[in-house]
Every structure is written in structure tokens, then in C-alpha cells.
Design a protein around this ligand. Sequence first.
Ligand code: TYD
Length: 209
Amino acid sequence: MENRGKFITFEGCDGCGKSTQLRLLSEYLEKNGVPHIFTREPGGGKISEAIREILLNGKNSEMTDACEALLYAAARVQHLSDRVEPALNEGKLVVCDRYVDSSLAYQAYARGLGTDFIGKINAYALEHYLPDVTVFIDLTPEAAFKRKHGADENDRLEQAGMAFHRRVYEGYKAIAAENPERVVCVDGNQTPDEIFTEVVRILKERNCL
Ligand code: TYD
């Protein structure tokens, strides 16, 4: 479609500074009058937010890895239809906090379910809604956890421990290496303003701004 909007996703380990960048981008887009929507995964709609509650609820510790992966994929398909597709069709810029690369990093690499299985259950997203640009905030989990004060102990994923988050990080590095045309790595050790300057430069280069 000619006037289809651009689809941008942000990825990184828990506590990498993604939220700060999304806030800065939101202010920038408002100031510059860029038609856009902000959304997030898992979530971004009534049904997907309900699935998010199940996924992130610390009480659901008996959930199997495969169930977890399928719920993320299910929430994703619903979210694409509820929010992403309509906005792209209106020519808006869609900025999404996490997307299919999170499933690859967390479920395929860190949980060990493998990229074949995760690729298969996310085929719809990968085939029809591959992001135009994915910004990966490259910060190790060790550095991220140091920064993140007051982490929520009831968050089921944060209970998984440092070894898990290390695998997530390695997963992201592998994804970035395999998709150099789509995934742009930004050094997360810089100040928020420095990171944001890079983010804006990247998005301008890719004609997203
Ligand atoms: P959230 O509180 O939104 O974390 P963050 O602020 O770091 O984005 O929780 C989302 C969690 O869900 C996060 O730990 C990553 C995880 N996740 C997956 O494991 N697989 C996925 O496909 C997605 C989208 C998220």
C-alpha cells in the first residue's frame, strides 16, 4: 500500500532504558506533529492486555515454556489486528515496545525452545508485519539490573534470574547479527540524551521521521 505507515520496534533486555527512549520519542513526535501511535507487547488492546496479565502474573509459575510462547504469539496476532494494522493503513508511524524479536530472544534462545518453533508460531507476524526498523538498546543484563532500582519481585520473568537474562542478551546479539539490515544496535551505556540522538538519526536515515 502506497501510504502505509512505518513500523518501528524497540527491543532490549529488561531495564535497558527502553522506556526512557520511548518517552523521549513520544515527546519528539508530539512536538514535530508526526502522526503516530505508541503501543506495546504483550498487550496493546483488550484481549492482548488480558493475555499479558496471565503471562506476567507471578502466580502462574507452573506455566510451561511452550504455553508461554504460544500466548505471546496469540497476543501478538490480536494486537496486530487491533492496533498495528489499522494505524499502518492510516499512514501512521507505529512505535511498538517489544515485538517478535522478544519472542526469539526470550522464548527461542533463553527458554531454549529454538528459532524453528518460535518462527513457526509467529509466521503470521514475520511474514506480514516485519518491522521497517528495530532499535536494539544494547545493554548487558548485569548493567541493566544495576540501573533498575526497585524491580518488581512478583514479575514472573524477573524471577528467572541472571543466567536467563544472559541468554536473552546473547539471543538479541544473534538476532542483530542475522538481521543487520533491519536491526540497529545502539550502545545502551551512553546517557539517555546520547542514545536518543542516535535513535533520531537512525529513524531519519530509514525515512521513518
Ligand atoms: P514489561 O514489564 O513490559 O517489561 P519491559 O519494560 O522490560 O518491556 O514485561 C514484558 C516482559 O515480557 C519482558 O520481560 C519481556 C517479556 N516478553 C517475552 O518473553 N516474549 C515476548 O514475545 C514479549 C513481547 C515479551
